[in-house]
Every structure is written in C-alpha cells, then in structure tokens.
Design a protein around this ligand. Structure first.
Ligand code: AMP
Length: 511
C-alpha cells in the first residue's frame, strides 16, 4: 500500500471522504489494533451489516490483518435472515449501520438474540470511535499477529442461499479472494492510473473482491458513488471523479443508460468495467460500449463459492464474445463441463454442468461438511449448478441452470428459502416459488400457494407476511392460489409448468 503513497485509494462520495493509500493504510492499522485491543482472536467472527461506506472497506482490511473472519451480512436482510447468519456463524462482534432507508438495523437487532454475539457497535457512535483506537496495542503487536497468519486461513464468510435448506456460509481464505481480485484487475489491465466506480454492494464478492481487492492490488482508486445503487449518482460519480472503469449487473447498466438519455453526462473517461451476475442483452452491451465509452468492458462469470470469478472476457474480445460467452478460464483455474448424470466430461459445444477447480474454490461451507461434500467433489471440483458449454477456443457460455434459482436484477433468489418461509404461515398448506419473465428485472418472484380450505388469505396478505421478515427482493411480486400443483408421475412438482402458467397469469388474483 505504501508503494502508491499519496495516490488516492478510496473515495466515498456520499460521506465526502477521501483517503490516499498512506491514509487508508494508517486507518486500517488503527482499526486492526483496536480489534486486537478488543480481544479479537484469529478465527473469531466479526460481522458487518451496512450498506456501502468507508468503514466497510476499512473493516474488510482490518479484519484480514488480524486474522478474524469477516461475516458479510446483506444490508437487505430482515430479522429472520440476520438472526440466522449471526447465529450460524457464531459472530462475537457485529459492526452495524444504525439504519438505512426502510431498514432500522438498531430496532431489528433488539428483536434478535444470537447466542454468541457479545456486542454490536453502531457506526458513528462512541463505541465505534473506541474500536478504532489502539490503546496500548502497538504497531509491533499487530505485526506479530500478522506474521502468525497463514494465507490458507479463512477470513471471510458470505451467506449464499441454496436449493436445499437454509443459507450456507461460503468460507473464503486470504489466498482465495486476494488472488482472485488480483487476476480480475490484471484482466481489466488496471494500473495506478485507474479509478474504478463501484456501485455494487460490498457484502458480495463483486464489491469486496472485484472492487476493493482488484483496486488496492494495482494501486487503483475505489470510487464509491453512494450507499446503494442509484443510476444518477453513479453517472455523477463517473463524471466528477473521471472514472476509467465501472461495474454493475446488467440491470444497473440498463438504468444508467436510461438516466444518460435524460441528462447529458460526460462519461468520456471510461475505458473498461465489469458486467456480471446475469447475461447481458446485446443492445445494452452495444450502448455500453458506444454511449458509455466502455470499449474494453469485460464480462465475468463465477459464484461466491469460487471467490468469485472463474471466467472472464478479455478487453479485446469482440461484441459477440461479450454477449454470447462469459469469456475464458482465469489463470490457475480449471473449467470442465460434465454430464450431470454420469459426471463424464462432455465434448466441446455440448452442454453440461460447469465445474471449477483451483486456488479459488472456497474452503467449504461454514460448519456444514455435508453440503460442502455435495458441492465440491473428491477431485476438488466445485459443481456450480450452472449449465454451460465450452467452444474449441475455450470460451464458456452459460446456457441455463441445473439448480433451482431465480436471478432478479442480479440478486440470486432461491425458491426453496422462500417456500420454507411461506410454509410457516398457518393458513398456507403448500407453496411453490418460481421465476417469471420481467422486463425490468429479467425475472421476478412468483409464489403459487395452496391455502387451507376456507382461508381468506389473499395475495396482499401473503406479501404482508413477508415484509420485514425476509429481504424485499425475495417478497413475491406475484402471488397466485391454486388447488393442487401440476405433478409428474413420480410425485415431483412440475415447476416449469407453474412458470409457464405464471407467465400468463394475471398477478395477484385468487381463483
Ligand atoms: P453468486 O454466488 O451470488 O455470485 O451467484 C452466482 C451465480 O450467478 C452463478 O452460479 C450463475 O448462475 C450466475 N451468474 C454469475 N455471473 C453470471 C454471468 N456472467 N452470466 C450468467 N449468469 C451468471
């Protein structure tokens, strides 16, 4: 970090904060020493529940320096989800924003009681200032702690939902995420001249690895346009900060292009960027390359469990490669496509399950050896649940999903999780959740409900039951009632039929 000294490391627009690399390094060290003073040991879980802000980034690096495991808590989480994450991870300490938009974190935290949690420190409070003060802990003490650490140790825990049961804590090491951030930065050709606008959330690898770690490992500047995504703020940040790179899921770029149509903004400084999380429509890609000047934009594909990036397009790949493929395999990582039934590698061009192996594969799911073994096979291959192909030149295309997942505007939604929550309603006998096409979000959540006979539950009642308890993006936008689900002869619900019916269904009606 010292190498880039007086260059800017972090700019947080909504907090009017700017740190040079030297200042950033100093602030991180003070916080790391404060964590040591607080008694944080190697392997202790320290949670962070906040939208994007400077303190989030400081805590990311400070926990890594002390060997603590940072537990990323999604800012959209509500009570039932945060309680699960803090309890399952065994968090000792939580750093939380007091509130954001409709989320009163302070009030929600009084409702939950994770057994291992000793203290919640709210940002901006006196205890937060104390946490950043080292007391008697010296720089030498921190250096001693750092020397005792091993790159294979876990430093990060991120909850990802799954097709079965409760969310799983993907456990990532220094080696996993720092290397991944570095190689992503290499493929974007970052140098200390780059200024990267990061409107994607830090709680996800897209923010903390592709954003923060790719930048600091190349001397580039992290520019945070706001606490959460807002198209106008992103464009203003790019213009004012002369950003050279911009990140987002396709829905964010679509919103930015709309905002660009409404107001002239100079985006001439942009060169590259990353689009990931969902496939990019070709018209969007064309406009991103022309109207937003991102001629060297890259596509990344991966998942939290692989730190996250496994494949990426190169800055000089053509338009077709950027929309029809997710690029080629990253350095020191392997990709294979297998027949999901037999496990045999399929010929080039034939679709199968995408599998990834290499340094980037997570240590495992936190305290869950069984589900770890279901995802990472004996040969070390992570089975992604994505259906893809690989062409003769090694370009991978994602053509579908083997796992039951909805991608709503870049947020992954696992139907199983919502179904389990809906089943806790006394008037719901059974529930099936599917994704239906949506012009704005790509897909939207739809719940098919079998209600108890005589129940007066309606669509709004179902949504009301979800609000405040599960994250807003998981709350079914469409709810329909049915007497029985279409089934196969072997007794499996035919979700594809519900999806087809849902696409035609007038949402929210009871029949
Ligand atoms: P997450 O663990 O939240 O990073 O989500 C990972 C999943 O998002 C992958 O397994 C894919 O299903 C999907 N995904 C990520 N990147 C892309 C992409 N570039 N194109 C299509 N789907 C993607």
């Amino acid at each position: 970090m010292r190498r880039f000294g007086s260059r800017e490391a972090l700019v947080v627009r909504h907090q009017q904060l700017r740190y040079t690399f030297e200042e950033f390094d100093d602030a991180v060290d003070l916080l790391a020493r404060g964590l040591l003073r607080r008694g944080i040991e190697v392997g202790d879980r320290v949670g962070v529940w906040s939208p994007n802000c400077a303190e989030w980034v400081l805590l990311q690096y400070a926990t890594a320096k002390t060997g603590a495991i940072l537990v990323n808590v999604n800012p959209a989480y509500r009570t039932s989800e945060v309680e699960y994450a803090l309890t399952q991870s065994g968090c000792r300490l939580l750093v939380s924003a007091p509130s954001f938009k409709t989320s009163d974190y302070r009030a929600m935290l009084t409702e939950v009681a994770p057994p291992t949690l000793e203290e919640t420190v709210f940002l901006g409070s006196e205890p937060w200032a104390e946490l950043s003060s080292p007391g008697k802990v010296s720089a030498g003490d921190l250096a001693t702690r750092q020397r005792s650490l091993d790159p294979g140790q876990p430093i990060n825990l991120q909850y990802t939902s799954g097709t079965t049961g409760f969310p799983k804590g993907a456990t990532l090491s220094h080696r996993n995420i720092l290397n991944n951030g570095f190689f992503v930065g290499e493929w974007c050709r970052y140098t200390e001249q780059d200024r990267v606008c990061v409107p994607v959330p830090f709680y996800h690898c897209f923010g903390m690895v592709l954003g923060n770690l790719a930048c600091t490992s190349h001397g580039a500047t992290i520019v945070v346009p706001g606490p959460a995504f807002e198209a106008g703020a992103v464009l203003a940040a790019v213009e004012a900060e002369r950003c050279t790179s911009l990140y987002g899921v396709p829905t964010m770029f679509i919103a930015e292009l709309e905002a660009l149509d409404a107001a002239a903004v100079d985006l001439g400084s942009l060169r590259t960027g990353i689009m990931a999380g969902a496939p990019c429509p070709v018209e969007t890609m064309k406009r991103v390359m022309s109207d937003m000047h991102m001629t060297e934009v890259t596509i990344c594909y991966g998942m939290t469990e692989t730190s996250p990036v496994s494949t990426q397009t190169r800055v000089d790949d053509d338009l077709d490669k950027r929309v029809a493929t997710v690029g080629r395999t990253h350095p020191h990582v392997e990709t294979k496509i297998v027949d999901p039934e037999t496990g045999a590698t399929v010929p080039r061009g034939v679709s199968g399950e995408v599998c990834t192996r290499g340094y980037s594969v997570m240590i495992g799911y936190w305290n869950d050896p069984q589900r770890t073994a279901e995802s990472i096979d004996a040969g070390g291959w992570m089975h992604t649940g994505d259906r893809g192909t690989m062409d003769a030149d090694g370009y991978v295309s994602i053509v579908g999903r083997i796992k039951d997942m909805i991608i709503r505007g870049g947020e992954n939604v696992y139907p199983r999780e919502i179904e389990e929550y809906l089943l806790t309603h006394p008037e719901i006998v059974d529930a099936q959740v599917v994704g239906v096409p949506d012009a704005r979000f790509g897909e939207q959540v739809m719940a098919w409900i079998i209600a108890r006979p005589g129940s007066s539950l309606d669509a709004e009642g179902v949504r009301e039951f979800c609000r405040g308890r599960i994250a807003h993006y998981k709350v079914p936008a469409h709810v329909a009632f049915i007497d029985e689900f279409p089934m196969t002869v072997t007794g499996k619900v035919q979700k594809y039929k519900l999806r087809e019916m849902g696409t035609q269904e007038v949402p929210g009606t009871r029949h």
